[in-house]
Each structure stands twice: as C-alpha cells, then as structure tokens.
Design a protein around this ligand. Structure first.
Ligand code: NAD
Length: 444
C-alpha cells in the first residue's frame, strides 16, 4: 500500500515511520525545506524514543521518502494524510490555514480518486471545510469529474512514547460514513489491529469531537488534582495520601492524578482553548473548560510564589538550579512548558537560572538564545554549583534518586522547590534540607 503524509512533526513523522516499518511505501511532504533536508540525511528534527532507527532503516530500505514537493506527494498515493500543525490563533481558536492549504494542494494536482485523512486535531466541521475548498479548486481548474472523500482519523499518540503508541494504539478512531473509505482505512490499519478490535468507526463530526473530548478530559483530570493539592496545602492534608486514596477507586484510577505545576505541551493548552472557542461559536458557555484553562495558567506560577515567599519577597541576584525544561519527561518539547513560566518569572524578579534537562537543552537554546541570566549546565550536578536553591519542574527518571548530601553541600541556601513531588519529605528533611512541594505538609 502507498500513502502520503503532509507534515513531518511529532504526529506525521512518527506515523510515517511506523507505517513504513509495516511495509508501506510512504512519502512525507513538508513545507520546511531545512527539516526535509535534515531528514533525508538521517538527522532527527525531534527527539522521540525509537524514532531515529525507524526513520533511518526505512529510508535506507526505500520505503520512506522526504520531499517539499506537494505534487510529488499527491501523485504518489490514493491515501493522503494531513498531519500539519493547527496552532492557536490569537483568540485561541485553531488556525486551519495549514490544513486547508494541504486540501487545496491535493485538489490542485490529483489525477484520480483521493481519500484525504485529517489526522491533525481540527474543530468539528473542518473535514467539511476541506471538502469545500477541494471542490472549489477542482471546479476552478476544470476537473470537476475527479472524485475524493475526506475522513477524520484523529491521533492519540503521546509525546515521549509516540512510536510505541503508534505501533500499538489503544484505539483507532475513523470518522467516515463512506463504506469504501472505511474499507480502505480498515485495510491500512490492519497491521495495528491484530490482537483485538481497536477500530472504532463513527461519523466525521463525532470523530473530530472525540479528539478534543479526550484531551480536555485529561486536562480536566490534572487540573482537578492540582486544585485538590492547593486545597490540601491550605487544610494541612497530604495530597499524596489523598491521591492514593482516590486512585484505588477503579472508577477514578491512578493515571493522570499527579499534582504538579500545571500541564503544558503543544496539545492540552491549545485544545482546551480551541474547544472553548468551538463551544462559543454554537453559543454554549463551556464553564468547566474555561475554569480548567484559567486554573492551569495559575498553577504554572505556584512554585514561583513559593520561592518568592521563602526568600521574603526578594530574589534579586539569587541563582536557581532548575532541573527539567521539557513539558514532560522523554521529550524535548518545551511548547507551553511550565519551566518557561517559572524561568521567565525568576528572570523578571532579578534572579538567574542554571538549567539542565536530559533532552531539551538544544530546544531551550533555540527559544531563549544566549542571555546572561540563563546558563545551560552540562549535567544536573553542575547546575547545582553556586546555586542558592534547587527547583524541579519535570519528572525525568534521572531526577528520582538524587544524592541529597551533594545537593546540601552544593546549594548556598539548602532548599528544594519540587514541582512534581518526587521525594518523600521526611527523607529530604533528614539531610537538613528545606523542602517545598505541591499539596503536602512542609518539612524543615
Ligand atoms: P508539529 O508542529 O510538530 O509539525 C507540523 C509540521 O507540519 C511542521 O513540520 C510544519 O512545517 C508542517 N506543515 C505546516 N504546513 C504545511 C503544509 N502546508 N504542507 C506540509 N507541511 C506543513 O505538529 P505536531 O505536534 O506533529 O501536530 C500536528 C497535528 O497533530 C496538530 O493538529 C496537533 O494538535 C495534532 N496532534 C499532536 C500530538 C502531539 O503530541 N504532538 C498528538 C496528537 C495530535
């Protein structure tokens, strides 16, 4: 089977590599010429565990091709995936320019029937918009007789485990009411649907909404737990005990109930805001989602306020070791990462940061460039040297078992601000370190 994928980001590139690994002949199209050139040389533009080998092997085997030429992609296959970015517009709505540009490009060059599959996260009604622009383009170019169908196939991979998620998806949502399209997509996904039935077929609009509903549910779960953590702190309770107490209920479960410094990344913040906007357009006041968005923005500053309070409101000239820049472990993605809110607040207040992250150093340098208030340290120990305090923002495995004696010796002020509740407060207190975490009684 042949497929074309537009967009070589976290979704498009991973999907392409996994499909090629299954034996399909895949062409990847991107407008970013530098990215395509790097990929063609076997250089990864992003970090995802297992991705580099898949891309290199399948490229070498001739099953994975990279191009900036949209026409080449359009002529390659009947199945055309759209996996381009849908960044937020200024008002929070999803910007569909990239998605519609691909629809137009497909219609402008296609020479036979095409199945266009929207994998990008797009508002309800977008597949209809793609159809409209394609019809218009075909009419304008005098090729009205050519046929196509637009299906929705939202992606549920998680950054950090994207390859594994695509290889073994929990579910494959296909939004189409066209039997032929359904049959083709069932055949395409057959290698990923072997152990038990994972394909869920529904109408296009329900599939489009399913993606937003999933992300908004997860964002709500995190935010609810953060609210409980803030409350626990005010009431003298321990959120970690509460977490265990409620997670043991199978209706609630242990996943996504870790308190922290708020969710970030390229999806949850953008998708929550986009769904608020979608609701607004049908005159529905999405109160829960609005509260989730507001509360999450506040939560990103919780650790900074603890820092400020600890130092009596003045941190001018202080140096903070910061462990963790990526918005979550196993990725180099810093889009909307809490680390950015915290670092920027520290700089604003006159402090400096010595940061370390196992994967996101290059991305941090790309975002912030050279600046005197930011040092990118070569490892987590080096970040501590000469620092007043340690601030933990991302729960990387490498931070789970630190040498507390070394931390105590290296820091001027013997204090840890932990935004991810990585340690047992009682254990930390044995090393004579002050320890501030989220939603727990403070030991010092
Ligand atoms: P990304 O920003 O990493 O990559 C998008 C790519 O699309 C870029 O390389 C860009 O150059 C390319 N592009 C833009 N316009 C193009 C065009 N006209 N033709 C060809 N390429 C074009 O984005 P991503 O994280 O891969 O996300 C893509 C979509 O999938 C978004 O809608 C996102 O919400 C959704 N999604 C993302 C994730 C995730 O974890 N990142 C998970 C599920 C769904």
């Amino acid at each position: 089977m042949k497929i074309t994928i537009f967009g070589t980001g976290y979704v498009g590139l991973v999907q392409a590599a996994v499909m090629a690994e299954s034996g399909y002949d895949v062409v990847c199209v991107d407008v970013d010429a530098a990215k395509i050139a790097r990929l063609a040389c076997g250089e990864m533009p992003i970090f995802e565990p297992g991705l580099e080998r898949l891309v290199r092997d399948n490229h070498a085997a001739g099953r994975l091709h990279f191009t900036t030429d949209a026409a080449e992609g359009v002529l390659h296959a009947t199945i055309q995936f759209i996996a381009v970015g849908t960044p937020p517009d200024e008002d929070g709505s999803a910007d569909l320019n990239n998605v519609l540009a691909v629809g137009k490009a497909i219609a402008a060059t296609m020479d036979g029937h095409r199945i266009v599959v929207a994998k990008s996260t797009v508002p309800v009604g977008t597949c209809d918009k793609i159809s409209k622009i394609m019809k218009l383009t075909l009419a304008e170019t005098g090729r009205k007789d050519l046929t196509f169908d637009v299906a929705s196939n939202p992606e549920f991979l998680k950054e950090g485990s994207a390859v594994a998620d695509c290889m073994k998806p929990d579910r494959i949502v296909i939004g189409t009411s066209n039997r032929e399209t359904e049959a083709v997509l069932r055949e395409l996904y057959a290698p990923f649907n072997r152990n038990h039935e994972k394909i869920i077929v529904m109408d296009v609009r329900s599939a489009e909404l399913t993606k937003y509903a999933a992300n908004c549910m997860l964002a709500t779960k995190i935010t609810f737990m953060n609210e409980m953590a803030n409350l626990a702190e005010a009431l003298g309770a321990d959120i970690e005990r509460v977490r265990q107490g409620i997670g043991s209920d199978p209706r609630i479960g242990y996943q996504f109930i870790y308190p922290g410094v708020g969710y970030g990344g390229s999806c949850f913040p953008k998708d929550v805001r986009a769904l608020i906007h979608i609701a607004d357009r049908v005159a529905y006041d999405a109160k829960v989602l609005t509260a989730v968005d507001e509360q999450n923005r506040k939560q990103k500053s919780v650790l900074f306020h603890k820092i400020l309070k600890h130092f009596g409101g003045d941190i001018t000239g202080k140096v903070f070791a910061l462990w963790g820049l990526a918005f979550k472990p196993n990725t180099d993605d810093m889009r909307e990462a809490p680390s950015r809110t915290i670092m920027e607040a520290l700089w604003q207040a006159g402090a400096k940061v010595q940061a370390f992250d196992p994967e996101a150093m290059r991305e941090c340098r790309r975002i912030y460039g050279e600046r005197h208030e930011l040092v990118l340290s070569r490892n987590k120990e080096a970040a501590l040297i000469g620092a007043d305090a340690l601030v933990i923002v991302t729960e990387w495995k490498a931070f789970l078992g630190p040498d507390f004696e070394y931390i105590k010796k290296a820091l001027t002020h013997s204090v840890i601000f932990d935004g991810r509740n990585l340690y047992d407060p009682e254990v930390v207190s044995r090393y004579d370190l002050d320890y501030h975490s989220i939603g727990r009684v403070q030991f010092n």
